[in-house]
Design a binder for this molecule. Structure first.
Ligand code: NAP
Length: 382
């Protein structure tokens, strides 16, 4: 751990050349060198070549994978395929999924779509922590609608993580993943027995194994994929994640905790952040739903109405503001909203290309609607 951190510090201070003598060639695969693929012009990109900035997909924008796993309600194969095609046509080249999303369905559908694309043309992340087992009796489960055919068990051991990645490759029909996130290892996951014990298992099993896979060149980045901040901080304290998927804790509505506690630590340790659920699972796109069965916090509808009104006055809209807000911090390497269909995919990509008047952000700060310290200027030039 020390070697890598030293490397990142020296690379940041003195340029890559001075640091390369410290590490064996294998470790250079672990040095957050940017993906070779070029970002399509129209979507905001990540600045290339900053070795201390954590692992980064070339675009600051990617496609979420829960809707094609039938989250909340069923999505047809045709709608799923059309949504993915619209993402691709809009220039999106980063796709996130998980074995958990529809118990394999999201990975199967995404794999089917990506079968028509060259592997070197896109980036892919999936998750580990749940292994799937065939089960004909599995009907809908939790937020996953429709027949599932698979059950699951938690496994954050080293062997479980290897097996999970191999299973994902089979379902996706691809030879490699770019990023792997340790999924839902979080106190707010009430389905998980004994968070503390599972975290210990991951610290001793999943985390070193993923670091090994990164050093072997099998993956380029790993981190937590969680809805709480504590597990992300624990991973940074105990291992070497280089990209964390932080969901539900950095949105227009709620962001202080991530700004104050997570982002500085990530920055200090050379770890970038992918933002999951940037629309609060639909709330910031006008849906009558905050996250995944959670109660809508008091004051949120009023706050949303006021932000929408100020957005209208400044020639923008709530969804555009919500998406660009999550991508603005330098530490953020991508925001990954989920789209239900082709129309939503096109609208969200258009939001990422829009220009927002800086006076809009100032107006939100003046009214205390967002944190004074929150970065708001999205650099679309990289
Ligand atoms: N623990 C983790 O690792 C974790 C947790 C959460 C999310 N994630 C990742 O982050 C991704 C995004 O999260 P999410 O999909 O749950 O939530 P989200 O992106 O915040 O919201 C997605 C929902 O917003 C609505 N929406 C999106 N675009 C819209 C548009 N243009 N117009 C109207 N409504 C629109 C849709 O609702 P309807 O479907 O009702 O139309 C859609 O299902 C996930 O897909 C997943 O890849 C990871």
């Amino acid at each position: 751990m020390t070697d890598r951190r030293q490397f990142l510090r020296i690379a940041a201070l003195g340029g890559l050349a001075g640091a390369t003598t410290m590490l064996a060639p294998r470790a250079l695969a672990d040095s957050n060198v940017q993906h070779e693929m070029r970002a399509p012009e129209s979507l905001p990109g990540n600045p290339a070549g900053d070795a201390a900035a954590g692992y980064r997909p070339p675009q600051k924008y990617g496609a979420g994978g829960t809707q094609i796993g039938n989250m909340f309600f069923e999505t047809s194969d045709d709608t799923a395929e059309a949504m993915l095609q619209a993402q691709w046509d809009a220039g999106v080249r980063y796709f996130d999924t998980s074995p958990w999303y529809g118990l394999g369905l999201s990975e199967r559908r995404l794999g089917h779509f990506l079968d028509g694309q060259k592997r070197s043309d896109y980036m892919l992340s999936s998750k580990v922590g749940r292994l799937l087992t065939p089960d004909a009796s599995m009907d809908s489960h939790g937020i996953w609608a429709g027949d599932l055919n698979f059950n699951y068990r938690y496994d954050y051991t080293a062997a479980g993580v290897r097996r999970s990645v191999e299973d994902s490759l089979q379902r996706l029909g691809v030879p490699s993943l770019d990023m792997v996130f340790i999924h839902d290892l979080a106190p707010s996951n009430k389905d998980l027995d004994d968070y503390g014990a599972q975290l210990k298992t991951a610290i001793e099993g999943a985390m070193p194994e993923l670091t090994k896979m990164r050093e072997e060149g099998l993956i380029k980045g790993w981190g937590m994929g969680v809805n709480d901040i504590e597990p992300s901080l624990a991973a940074l304290d105990n291992a070497e994640p280089n990209v964390i998927l932080q969901a539900t804790r950095y949105t227009l509505m709620n962001h202080e905790d991530a700004l104050e506690r997570l982002f500085p630590k990530c920055e200090a340790q050379g770890c970038s952040v992918v933002i999951g659920a940037p629309l609060g699972a639909g709330f910031l796109a006008g849906k009558d739903r905050w996250l995944y069965g959670d109660d809508t916090p008091q004051g949120y509808p009023e706050k949303r109405a006021r932000i929408s009104e100020i957005a209208r006055q400044h020639g923008t809209d709530l969804r555009t503001a919500a998406l660009q807000f999550t991508a603005a911090p330098k530490i953020v390497s991508a925001t990954i909203p989920g789209a239900r269909d082709a129309k939503q995919a096109r609208e969200n990509a258009a939001s990422m290309r829009a220009t927002i008047d800086p006076a809009f952000w100032q107006a939100l700060k003046d009214e205390g609607l967002i944190a004074e310290a929150a970065p708001t200027a999205l650099d679309t030039s990289a």
